[in-house]
Ligand binder design. Structure first.
Ligand SMILES: Cc1cc2nc3c(=O)[nH]c(=O)nc-3n(C[C@H](O)[C@H](O)[C@H](O)COP(=O)(O)OP(=O)(O)OC[C@H]3O[C@@H](n4cnc5c(N)ncnc54)[C@H](O)[C@@H]3O)c2cc1C
Length: 379
C-alpha cells in the first residue's frame, strides 16, 4: 500500500471549478430542497449539461474518466454547499461502480453511454438484511432469456427517480453470501414498482424508498459477473464508494465550520464577539483539526483506488473517522451558535441532520470498525 497522494494542477482546477459551481448553483437551493423534500431535478439537469454525471465513466464509453481524487474534490465542494445535491450525484456514481466491476463488455457499451444522462441507483438493503447483507431474501430465478425477480428491497436512495437500479438478489438461497447475484434492473420493467417513500430526518431531497419486485423480468445479459458474484461485487463497490460518502459528510462539516466561524465573529455577548472567548476558539480549533485529519485519510483512500489498489481497511477507516468527525463538528457548530444554531433560520441544524446519515449508510460505523479490526488482526 502506498496511497501517498498529491493534488496536481488539474486537481486544483477541478476544485476551483467545483467551488464556483457550488457557490453559484447549489448553495442557493440548499434550504429549499430540504424544506420541500423534493428531488432536485434542476440540479441534475445542471450536472447533465456540465458533464458531471458522467465523470467516473471511462472515456472509451463516452465519459470523462475522472479519477477518484478529482471526484472526491467535487463532492467535497458540492456537499459544503448543498448536501442533497451532492448526495444525488454520489448515489449515481455509486450505482456505476458495480457495472464497471461486473458488467460484460456488451452491457457496458450499451449502458454506460446512456448513464451519462440517466440515473442509476444501488439497492442491496432489505427489511431483514441491513448490516447482514447475506440474509437478503429477494429471489432471482432463471427462466428462458430472463431472470425473474421477486422480493422487497428497502431504503433505496433515489430509487423512485432512477432509470436503472443495481439490485442484489439470491440465485441460490442455500449458498449464503455466495448465492447472491447482482442485476441491472430497468425501472420501466413490468413487475417493478415503488413502495413506501421514507420520511427522513435529513437528506430530505434524496429520500430512500422501497422497491417492490413482483415477477420482474430482467434480461440475462443484465446479470453482473456470474451467478454468485453479487456479494463480492457489493463489497468491492463499498471499497470504492466509502471514501465518497466520507467526503460528503466532511464537506457538510466544512460548511458548518465556515458558517459557525463567521457567526462567532459577529455575535456579541458581554460586550465582545464570542470568537474572542477561548471556549469558542477551542471548539473551532478542534473542528478544523478534525476536518483536516479526516480529509487526509479520505484523500489517501481515494488515491489508493486511483493506484489500482483499493484498500478495504483504508476505505472503512476514512468513512468511519470522517463521518464521526462530521457529526461532532456539526453538533459543535450548533453549540457555537447557541440557540440560533438550533433554529431553522440558520443552516447548521440542517447540516447536523444531513451529516448524521453517514454514520449509518454503506456500513454502519460499528460494521466499519469490524472491517477495520478484521483487517488489522489478519496482518
Ligand atoms: C436514508 C437512507 C438511505 C439509504 N440508502 C441506501 C441505498 O441507496 N441502498 C442500499 O442498499 N441501502 C441503503 N440504505 C440502507 C443502509 O445501508 C442500512 O440502513 C445500513 O446498512 C444498516 O442496516 P439497518 O438499517 O438494517 O440496521 P441494522 O443492521 O439492523 O443495525 C442496527 C444496529 O445494530 C448494529 N449492528 C448490526 N450488526 C452488528 C454487528 N455484527 N456488530 C455490531 N453491531 C451491529 C448496527 O451498527 C446498528 O447500530 C439507506 C439507509 C438510509 C437510512
Amino acid at each position: 500500500m502506498t496511497g501517498a497522494y498529491r493534488l496536481t494542477e488539474a486537481h486544483e482546477m477541478v476544485r476551483t471549478m467545483a467551488r464556483q459551481m457550488a457557490r453559484e448553483k447549489l448553495a442557493p437551493r440548499a434550504a429549499e430542497i430540504d424544506k420541500n423534500g423534493e428531488f432536485p431535478w434542476d440540479i441534475i439537469e445542471f450536472y447533465r449539461e456540465n458533464h458531471i454525471l458522467e465523470m467516473p465513466i471511462p472515456a472509451e464509453y463516452g465519459g470523462q474518466g475522472a479519477d477518484t481524487l478529482s471526484r472526491t474534490l467535487v463532492i467535497e465542494e458540492f456537499a459544503a454547499a448543498c448536501a442533497n445535491s451532492a448526495h444525488a450525484l454520489a448515489d449515481h456514481w455509486m450505482g456505476l461502480h458495480p457495472i464497471e466491476i461486473g458488467g460484460s463488455e456488451e452491457l457496458k457499451r450499451r449502458l454506460l453511454p446512456e448513464l451519462r444522462k440517466k440515473l442509476v441507483a444501488f439497492s442491496v438493503t432489505e427489511p431483514e438484511a441491513g448490516s447482514d447483507v447475506a440474509n437478503l431474501k429477494t429471489r432471482a430465478i432463471a427462466r428462458g432469456d430472463h431472470y425473474i425477480l421477486n422480493g422487497i428491497k428497502c431504503f433505496c436512495t433515489d430509487g423512485a427517480v432512477a432509470d436503472y437500479i443495481v439490485i442484489f438478489a439470491k440465485t441460490d438461497p442455500e449458498a449464503g453470501s455466495r448465492g447472491i447475484s447482482a442485476f441491472v434492473v430497468d425501472t420501466r420493467a413490468t413487475g417493478f414498482s415503488i413502495g413506501k417513500i421514507e420520511d427522513q430526518m435529513g437528506l430530505r431531497g434524496t429520500r430512500a424508498c422501497e422497491l417492490v419486485l413482483e415477477d420482474c423480468a430482467v434480461p440475462r445479459e443484465n446479470l453482473l459477473g456470474r451467478e454468485g458474484d453479487g456479494f463480492k461485487i457489493a463489497m468491492q463497490t463499498f471499497d470504492r464508494s466509502r471514501p465518497t460518502d466520507a467526503i460528503l459528510a466532511l464537506g457538510i462539516a466544512q460548511g458548518a465550520l465556515s458558517y459557525a466561524k463567521e457567526y462567532a465573529k459577529q455575535r456579541v455577548q458581554f460586550g465582545r464577539a464570542i470568537a474572542e472567548f477561548q471556549a469558542i476558539q477551542f471548539m473551532l480549533a478542534d473542528m478544523a483539526t478534525g476536518i483536516e485529519a479526516a480529509r487526509h485519510l479520505v484523500y489517501k483512500a481515494a488515491s489508493l483506488i486511483d493506484d489500482g489498489t483499493p484498500d478495504p481497511m483504508m476505505s472503512a477507516m476514512a468513512n468511519c473517522f470522517a463521518t464521526d468527525t462530521a457529526v461532532k463538528v456539526t453538533t459543535d457548530a450548533i453549540q457555537v451558535m447557541g440557540g440560533y444554531g438550533y433554529m431553522r433560520d440558520h443552516p447548521v441544524e440542517r447540516m447536523f441532520r444531513d451529516a448524521r446519515l453517514f454514520q449509518i449508510v454503506e456500513g454502519t460505523n460499528q460494521v466499519l470498525r469490524i472491517v477495520i479490526a478484521r483487517s488489522l488482526l489478519k496482518k
